[in-house]
Ligand binder design. Structure first.
Ligand SMILES: [Zn+2]
Length: 475
């Protein structure tokens, strides 16, 4: 694993799931898509190329073994073919100097079939009803299942780290678990004992914890919760306060909080698209290097040294450049973002002249400002009772069995004026791409920009048409 003294220490490309980086869509597959086939491998390999070139030193990926449910015997999760492919991902990462991080559910994510076969470990909802996904820590057998999975995986595969996640699908709310001690203290307890187990057996693995769903949106950790996390910090390498809807540590308190930790603190770079694998993979153009670059610098100045930077299909022109610039900024958070963007564009688009390079920078900035420049914080507070993303998606949630609507072109993301402005920016991008002389830059990548912008304009205009905005849209 490469390690730089300057910049962020834990530069994790966050998959998140194996098929999120896939080049071809899986249009009818619910999230998270479970298959692990040659196309999955191809997408991961392509993403690893960009990640390694940008300077990421970790790839954190979920779903190599299971999604919702490990089989109770564990070993039947691994066909010979799957075993071979996991080794291929490990080899591909290590050949590029990137460490592989195991996405590991702690008491939830991966236990549905175990809970079904052994109902005594099933957790409870606040009303006492059975929890669909989480185990209950009051039953000591629950922790045995966690350690059995870790033994099974780490005795056979050379992962470089483990991402522990205990509450994304909720946690047990019985009086002996989170119902009694509160979600933060309970989740700290689960992660601490899992981390201690890992440290005891594999002291060199990088361990990090993410607090997703530990507290509700619009709230921050209070003093007692922060003290509990400081205690956890002695057992792990990094606490990843990602920031799906703002970070859970209040931004004003971040520098002081980080100083008290015995481990590193990380975020996810301020803003990210979670790309739905059902969608056309080049059907959107959402570069955001200026925004992530600013967040990476700000969080670094507060003391952050870890980042889980979200990935996607590298065939998408916005995704490829977001990841490339994100990696460059993580290595050198104070560099000029526009320069990092120009460097990434140089590398992938091979512009023939300085004028073409400047034009490409302008095209990506137009894509970013044209869309994100229309977001208004108050619209998100009114509609979602949460701050502006953080994490956003095309259709606001990940579930479904066909490609969903382009809700990200609808309120609260864009209002009428926002759609008008974004439509104009997209048309300007097309004019600028088409004005480039033949052979000015990588033709295939330019055609992907064109296609992603044309599809976006069609979707944008369809939303506007459905809302009766024909007049203002100018068609
Ligand atoms: Zn319980």
């Amino acid at each position: 694993m490469r390690d730089d003294t300057q910049g962020y220490q834990y530069r994790a490309a966050f998959g998140a799931w194996i098929n999120d980086m896939r080049t071809e869509p899986l249009p009818l597959e619910n999230w998270p898509a479970p298959q692990f086939d040659d196309a999955t491998l191809e997408g991961i390999g392509r993403a690893l190329d960009v990640q390694a070139e940008a300077g990421f030193n970790l790839l954190d990926v979920w779903g190599l073994f299971a999604t919702y449910g490990w089989p109770p015997d564990l070993k039947s999760a691994l066909t010979d073919e799957r075993r071979r492919r996991i080794h291929q991902v490990l080899d591909a990462a290590h050949q590029r100097g990137v460490g592989l991080v195991l996405g590991m559910g702690v008491y939830s994510w991966g236990y549905d079939r175990i809970i079904e076969a052994d109902p005594g470990v099933r957790g409870k909802n606040p009303d006492g009803s059975p929890h669909p996904h989480a185990m209950c820590d009051a039953n000591p057998k629950a922790f045995d299942y966690v350690t059995r999975i870790l033994d099974f995986v780490l005795e056979q595969f050379d992962f470089d780290g483990v991402h522990l996640e205990s509450c994304d699908l909720g946690c047990c709310m019985c009086p002996e678990c989170a119902g009694g001690q509160g979600k933060v203290a309970y989740n700290v307890q689960l992660n601490r004992k899992t981390a201690d187990y890992l440290r005891g057996r594999w002291p060199d693995k990088i361990l990090y914890v993410i607090p997703i769903s530990w507290i509700p949106p619009l709230t921050h950790f209070d003093a007692e919760q922060k003290a509990s996390i400081v205690e956890l910090s002695g057992h792990i390498d990094c606490f990843m306060d990602q920031g799906h809807r703002g970070t859970m540590v209040a931004p004003a308190e971040r520098p002081e909080f980080i100083k008290n930790l015995d481990c590193a603190y990380g975020t996810s770079g301020g803003i990210w698209l979670y790309p739905d694998a059902r969608w056309d993979r080049t059907g959107y153009f959402l570069p955001y290097p200026r925004r992530t670059g600013a967040a990476i610098r700000e969080h670094y100045d507060d003391g952050a040294r870890g980042c889980m930077f979200y990935q996607g299909p590298m065939i998408n022109p916005g995704t490829e450049i977001n990841v490339a610039v994100g990696g460059l900024m993580l290595r050198d958070p104070h560099r000029n973002v526009e320069e990092a963007l120009a460097e990434a564009l140089d590398h992938y688009y091979r512009p023939k002249t300085d004028a073409v390079r400047r034009k490409l920078v302008e095209i990506f900035q137009l894509g970013e400002e044209g869309y994100f420049g229309q977001w208004v914080e108050q619209r998100f507070l009114d509609a979602h009772h949460a701050p502006a993303p953080g994490e956003f998606m095309f259709d606001c949630h990940l579930f479904g069995t066909c490609p969903g609507p382009a809700a990200y072109l609808h309120e609260p993301f864009l209002d009428t004026a926002g759609r008008v402005a974004y439509g104009q920016a997209l048309q300007e991008i097309l004019r600028q791409v088409d004005a480039l002389p033949p052979g000015a830059a990588d033709a295939e990548r330019l055609s992907r920009i064109r296609r992603s912008v044309i599809v976006t304009l069609m979707l944008l205009n369809t939303v506007a048409y459905g809302k009766g905005e024909n007049q203002v849209m100018g068609w």
